[in-house]
Design a protein around this ligand. Structure first.
Ligand SMILES: [Fe+2]
Length: 251
């Protein structure tokens, strides 16, 4: 299944200009590379978790397809900001697959289709509703972790503008909650929002990677000197506490 998915991904993305401009914010190549990085993290997460090759392939297919809608979003709106563009790129990824008749053409069963669509649909929502059942829930959690790991692993080169943290963003961060996209207004909000990914990580393996690859430190560096030192100290303290909590959980 995954091989067929890759073929579709390559074919679909070949209509867009994929250039070596990863570090520009709104480019097709950024999402092309992101999708592949998500597959790598997904592969890491499912190793040892899933015994059946079928389950691994399903998880990797979700990963390569989850952001297909980003390509049409960029084409239409020249932006990836879902709030500003009023565009749900996850819904769009599903629409693209259905329009291409990918599920039928590749003899994907009804259950596999519903897992693929569910996980893709919930990858960009604030939360997965608790009503989602197994195995839909597991795949939805996996794609959310793999996606967040891929984003956190990026070492952005562009410095951000000095700007305040919006009140709602600060409140969510202090409450150990994932910052909602609609609340992000300033460049600093986006960094704090990314740091808040830590609160929506489902698997120990992901938490371990965040620590080993120093992903939090990498994003924290970006706001250094851009916000008051006291606030910086508080952020560092909150992150440290959140990570220590994780360590206790591991034991
Ligand atoms: Fe996405």
């Amino acid at each position: 299944m995954y091989e067929k998915a890759c073929r579709f991904f390559e074919e679909f993305t070949s209509q867009y200009q994929i250039e070596d401009d990863f570090y520009e914010v709104f480019t097709y190549s950024r999402k092309y590379i992101h999708s592949k990085t998500v597959v790598e993290y997904m592969n890491h997460l499912v190793k040892g978790k899933f015994q059946k090759d079928h389950d691994i392939q399903l998880a990797k297919t979700i990963a390569i397809f989850h952001d297909l809608g980003r390509f049409t979003q960029l084409e239409k709106y020249h932006s990836y900001n879902d709030t500003i563009t009023h565009f749900d790129h996850a819904k769009e990824s599903i629409r693209i697959l259905k329009e291409a008749n990918w599920f039928r053409k590749n003899q994907i069963s009804k259950e596999e289709e519903s897992i693929l669509c569910c996980a893709i649909y919930f990858h960009n929502k604030w939360q997965i509703p608790s009503s989602v059942q197994e195995p839909w829930m597991t795949y939805s959690k996996l794609i959310r972790d793999a996606d967040k790991l891929a984003i956190l692993s990026v070492k952005e080169k562009q410095p951000i503008e000095k700007s305040p943290i919006s009140e709602k963003v600060w409140q969510s961060f202090q409450n150990n909650e994932l910052v909602q996209n609609k609340d992000k207004k300033t460049p600093t909000d986006f960094i704090i929002g990314t740091l808040s990914f830590l609160y929506d990580i489902h698997y120990e393996k992901s938490k371990k990677l965040i620590q080993e690859e120093k992903m939090m430190e990498n994003w924290l560096q970006r706001v250094e000197g851009k916000i008051p030192p006291k606030q910086m100290e508080e952020i560092q303290k909150i992150i440290k506490e959140a990570l220590e909590k994780r360590k206790e959980n591991v034991r």
